[in-house]
Design a protein. Structure first.
Length: 588
């Protein structure tokens, strides 16, 4: 028996969950499935984006160690981690931050998170040691933002164990200030998603952290030990079901370099306990205040709406962004955010487990979401376990595409069930317009078609050539760096924001770009995809348009408009000032 979202709301979350309880205990991960929809005939349109993995040539040789490559004994080995584009030295070229895990029996010598400096010639130099960022452990998520408004982006990392806040010293080095900043926890947690945001609009970046499961090696069950430790009859690592749910935290920035835990007084603690994963903060109802969306594994996803008084109310089910359209929990992992249908509102793209469809949620502009998975033709693909994702214009035609990376969590399963391989390709859904997509795997090039067991991915323009490149985490392999060798004559524009009254990073700003009769919305984010952070310079494909109008809705509440901006350039906008010189940008 299935339940629509409306019936789910009518019954109440607790009642509906209890009615499905027997089915949910069949395996550790959400049991929702969806049959693939019929594939429409190919459009025959050329796709001008072409991706080549240049990681080796760029100097990204170190593997991302994460658990045993052949079999996972515990859930901490399976979740994987994220990555980030960050211009840590303010030279106008995006550097790379790559997280890493470890292994139960000890990691290979040299295993660590890594910072790669952009050499501005297509190559990178590993500056991890010099920067003071060496760390070995079970890293999970990363978010980036200038929490102290000194003009240099800082880094927050979640871990199974202890989360870490790194202050950017402005000289190429970072300092771990977790304890003096008030973010140290004596209790071991499974930190997962995180995001900087300015929820109270005081100009200082606050911090939201999701937690995945309650886990300890001492008390953990082993594969096959109970019903939550099997998948399709095969013994696998246990969870998340059967493990304690995570509790999520909100920390207010005090403006003096420290944070205060306001989880209780802000209303975050009142939400149902969930297995929290990726976090995105943006103004979904366009009231000028940032809301928080948490993709949750095997429990309803959460949507915290900002009450504009320092508190939130959780309305994920009510607003249609918590469950499948038939009222079921899914294995929510990654989140793409953007405006796929060009109506000026921020939509959501959430990734899920194999044998289920990934969901596209259409936003009506008031923070209410409708499932557009079927009408968009996204439901044709259900084969893969999907993770990092984005709503990004890969071919600069002015229509945002969908991208996601894939990879299984149970590497041993393919020995018995070869239809569920551990390494699988990346996927592009090309936007055909009118809210419809077409799946492409071979057409976008070898960087997309190649099979890997991937997790996080981040989107950015590492070579400053006016298109979107992609950094991807591959478990127990070096990361991939997909360079976009774009052909054709489509135009583009990038928007970089510098806050004044708003936080310096302008995180939470909403930008509308108008071109050729179209309007596209984007937001400055601290985390999206899966546990990852993308280039803070917002990239808009313009198609044939050579001019664009730009509306900026700053986190402070200021609204500014800039008319007739020429295409094919980066424009840096300072709050209340307007265009200012770009840092290090070679394309003018």
């Amino acid at each position: 028996m299935n339940f629509s979202r409306r019936n789910f709301v009518r019954l109440g979350v607790g009642a509906a969950l209890s009615l499905r309880e027997a089915r949910l205990l069949a395996q550790g991960v959400a049991s929702h499935t969806a049959k693939p929809l019929p594939r429409p005939a190919a459009s025959g349109r050329p796709f001008n984006a072409h991706f080549v993995d240049v990681a080796a040539a760029a100097g990204l040789h170190a593997p991302v160690i994460y658990g045993d490559p052949e079999i996972k004994k515990y859930i901490v080995e399976s979740t994987g981690c994220g990555c980030a584009f960050i211009d840590y030295d303010n030279d106008g070229w995006m550097d790379l931050f790559v997280l890493c895990g470890t292994r139960l029996g000890g990691a290979p010598v040299g295993t660590t998170n890594r910072l790669y400096k952009n050499n501005r010639d297509g190559t990178f130099t590993d500056v991890t040691e010099k920067a003071g960022l060496r760390l070995l452990g079970w890293a999970c998520g990363v978010c980036v933002g200038d929490y102290n408004n000194d003009g240099f982006d800082d880094i927050f990392c979640t871990n199974f164990g202890q989360n870490v806040l790194y202050r950017n010293n402005g000289d190429g080095t970072f300092t771990d200030i977790t304890k003096p900043a008030g973010l140290w926890s004596d209790q071991q947690r499974f930190g997962a998603g995180c995001t900087f945001l300015d929820y109270n609009r005081d100009g200082h970046l606050d911090l939201f952290v999701s937690n995945y499961v309650g886990f300890s090696f001492e008390n953990a069950a082993v594969p096959g030990e109970n019903a939550n430790c099997r998948w399709k009859g095969i013994p696998v690592e246990c969870g998340p079901r059967g493990l304690l749910t995570g509790r999520h935290s909100l920390y207010r920035n005090n403006g003096d370099g420290t944070f205060t835990d306001v989880t209780q007084q802000a209303g975050i603690a009142r939400a149902a306990a969930t297995y929290g994963m990726t976090v995105v903060a943006a103004d979904f109802d366009e009231d000028g205040w940032q809301d928080i969306y948490v993709a949750c594994d095997s429990t309803p996803s959460l949507l915290f709406m900002n009450n504009r008084d320092g508190t939130f109310r959780e309305e994920g089910v009510l607003r249609g962004a918590a469950l499948s359209d038939d009222g079921m929990e899914q294995a929510g992992m990654g989140i793409g955010i953007g405006d796929y249908d060009l109506d000026g509102h921020l939509d959501l793209f959430k990734t899920h487990f194999a044998d289920d469809a990934n969901i596209l949620y259409r936003n009506d502009g008031k923070g209410n979401f409708e499932d557009a998975t079927g009408s968009s033709h996204l439901g044709v693909e259900t084969r893969y376990v999907c993770w990092g994702a984005g709503i990004v214009d890969l071919d600069n035609d002015g229509l945002p595409d969908l991208f996601m990376v894939t990879g299984h969590v149970y590497p041993q399963v393919e020995r018995t069930l070869p239809q569920y391989p551990n390494k699988t390709p990346r996927v592009v859904f090309r936007n055909l317009g009118k809210g419809v997509f077409e799946e492409l795997i071979q057409e976008p090039g070898p960087g997309v078609a190649a099979a890997h067991c991937s997790r996080g991915c981040a989107f950015g323009d590492f070579d400053n050539d006016g298109d979107i490149d992609i950094l991807i985490i591959n478990l127990n392999e070096p990361p991939s760096l997909l360079r976009n060798d774009l052909t054709g004559k489509s135009n583009w524009i990038k928007v970089k924001l510098d806050g004044v009254k708003s936080n310096r990073s302008a995180i939470g700003a909403r930008v509308l770009v108008h071109y050729g009769g179209k309007t596209q919305a984007q937001a400055v984010l601290s985390q999206s995809s899966f546990f990852s952070c993308s280039d803070s310079r917002l990239h808009f494909g313009l198609g044939n348009s050579t001019l664009a109008d730009i509306d900026v809705y700053w986190p402070s509440g200021l609204h500014e408009t800039f008319k007739q901006i020429p295409a094919n350039r980066l424009i840096t906008l300072k709050e209340g000032v307007g265009p200012v010189p770009n840092r290090g940008w070679a394309k003018v």
